[in-house]
Design a protein around this ligand. Structure first.
Ligand SMILES: Cc1cc2nc3c(=O)[nH]c(=O)nc-3n(C[C@H](O)[C@H](O)[C@H](O)COP(=O)(O)OP(=O)(O)OC[C@H]3O[C@@H](n4cnc5c(N)ncnc54)[C@H](O)[C@@H]3O)c2cc1C
Length: 472
């Protein structure tokens, strides 16, 4: 479609996440034509989504335009389209453009790297009450929702109602859940108290629910214990062995060691499960193989789909050697696939994929994190410094790296403010309309009280990304 016919080997890459982007990078100097097709126009650095959701970082710093990211890869073109069909017999990818037209992309090599999505464990209706966080839109929606609840707490005059607006429940204590509650706690207990006059945001309840017996289930017990202790010091209620069994727009019902309880809350966030992109199932069906329990396509040691040496599946949507759905396997598989393609064109054999485990880490809040790297378990400020270094290193683009560092120093160290707290009236209306319709409430009167502290000036949003470079 519209591409110059060069007669070169055609590589179609579906998805410009960690996996797909590392394929295009690895092929930058190869004698091939690469088409990178993604339904978003940006490469998203998902590990920092929670910072967008809590007003620390502006979206642009973690989501540079794909076109800018690959601008030096002259053999790569980028298409904004949603892939819907994978015809392995005809070797054609079918995608929908934003105006609905069908775009057909013929390939010699296909790499499918469409990532993962939320899993509500078969209860998809819960998405209406407990949104998850996978895309930049999700993070912005959560940020608007969280901030709108503080606004409503300021307006509410009934203490019971105000308490509901100030109760935040996060379901799932994996790294995302821990990072979210940590930042919501910092917002409520440290950043916002100076800014509100009627609502005392320090009264906010932040509750973390986890079905297992510890937070950060895959981490070492020492790191789990440290994380729970730090969260509790930050004012988070950690509830272990507790399942969310029901919810609506104004409450969540949980089943825990103490029995069943309904918690009144206007904010529920889902951080409990992921499953492979629906494209994994489509690819598995086209190839005649079964997906695993997480909906991932099984691939061989060279990351190809069984029976189709010309088709690779990598990253979160592929199942290989029980590797976890995190960034490093996706990055390393992307680099590996680029190498296989180049070796094949040169008539060389490539050894099977080997994963190099660089460890895991999670941040808890201001100056505290946990890290497990090469068998060494680190907590506290050292782990936090490691976390900062790694995350800045893996961000795409020097402009984004400097912009992020600048924003962190300013927001987290100097001012203890959050510079990205813009919500519009209509947005706030939508966010809070999930509960009782505003029209049904008795009129609220803003109480006249003396300010508790002088407000800080709102911070400026730092510069937008200038360039894009390399995620390692
Ligand atoms: C909130 C959050 C926090 C995380 N934190 C960490 C962390 O701290 N450390 C860590 O290692 N990992 C973390 N992860 C996991 C990590 O981000 C993923 O493992 C990694 O992004 C997987 O890379 P990928 O390329 O397989 O998929 P993705 O990065 O998800 O990329 C998939 C791409 O495919 C595109 N796509 C999907 N479907 C289609 C379609 N039909 N048509 C066209 N394009 C499509 C998407 O738009 C996207 O750009 C986190 C994930 C989340 C959601």
């Amino acid at each position: 479609m519209g591409a110059k016919e060069t007669g070169r080997h055609r590589v179609v890459v579906v998805g410009g996440g960690f996996a797909g982007l590392n394929v295009t990078r690895g092929l930058a100097r190869a004698d091939v034509d690469v088409t990178l097709v993604d339904r978003a126009n940006h490469h998203l650095f998902q590990p920092l989504l929670y910072q967008v959701a809590t007003g620390i970082l502006p979206p642009g710093l973690i989501a540079p335009a794909l076109r800018a990211v690959v601008k030096r890869e002259k053999n790569t073109r980028v298409l904004l389209a949603e892939v819907q069909d994978l015809d392995l017999d005809r070797q054609v990818v079918g995608a929908r453009a934003p105006d609905g037209r069908l775009v057909e992309l013929p390939y010699d090599t296909l790499v499918v790297a469409a990532g993962a999505t939320h899993s509500y464990f078969g209860k998809d209706q819960l998405a209406e009450y407990a949104p998850g966080m996978k895309t930049i839109e999700d993070a912005r929606y959560l940020r608007d929702g969280i901030l709108a609840k503080f606004e409503m707490a300021e307006i509410a005059t009934d203490p019971t109602e105000r308490a509901e607006w100030l109760t935040f429940v996060v379901v799932g204590a994996g790294p995302t859940g821990v990072e979210l509650v940590g930042q919501i706690a910092e917002l409520a207990h440290t950043v916002l108290p100076r800014d509100y006059r009627s609502a005392d945001t320090r009264q906010a309840r932040i509750i973390l629910l986890e079905g297992a017996g510890a937070v950060l289930p895959p981490f070492a017990p020492k790191l789990q214990a440290y994380t729970q202790r730090r969260l509790e010091e930050m004012g988070v209620e950690v509830r272990l062995n507790t399942l969310a069994v029901d919810m609506d727009h104004e409450s969540i019902t949980v089943q825990g060691p103490g029995g069943r309880e309904t918690i009144r809350t206007r904010t529920r966030i889902w951080a409990a499960g992921v499953q492979a992109s629906p494209l994994a199932r489509a690819l598995a069906e086209a190839a005649g193989v079964e997906t695993d329990r997480a909906g991932r396509v099984p691939v061989g040691p060279d990351c190809t789909v069984p029976g189709h040496p010309e088709v690779f599946a990598i990253g979160d949507m592929a199942s290989l050697d029980k590797l976890p759905g995190v960034a490093q396997p996706a990055i390393q598989e992307g680099k590996y696939v680029a190498r296989v393609v180049k070796d094949r064109l040169a008539g060389r054999q490539t050894p099977p994929f080997r994963y190099f485990d660089k460890g895991t880490m999670a941040t808890i809040g201001y100056r505290s994190a946990v890290a497990d790297a090469f068998g060494v378990k680190v907590t506290g400020f050292l782990a936090y410094a490691m976390w900062v270094f790694i995350h800045v290193l893996y961000l795409v683009g020097w402009g984004n790296r400097f912009g992020t560092l600048y924003t962190w120093v300013r927001a987290l160290w100097l001012s203890h403010n959050r510079g990205n707290r813009i919500i519009a009236f209509q947005g706030a209306q939508q966010e809070v309309a999930g509960g009782e319709a505003p029209a049904a409430r008795p009129p609220t009167i803003l109480p006249r009280t003396a300010p508790r502290a002088a407000p800080d000036a709102e911070e400026a949003i730092p510069g937008a990304p200038r360039e894009a470079g390399g995620a390692g």
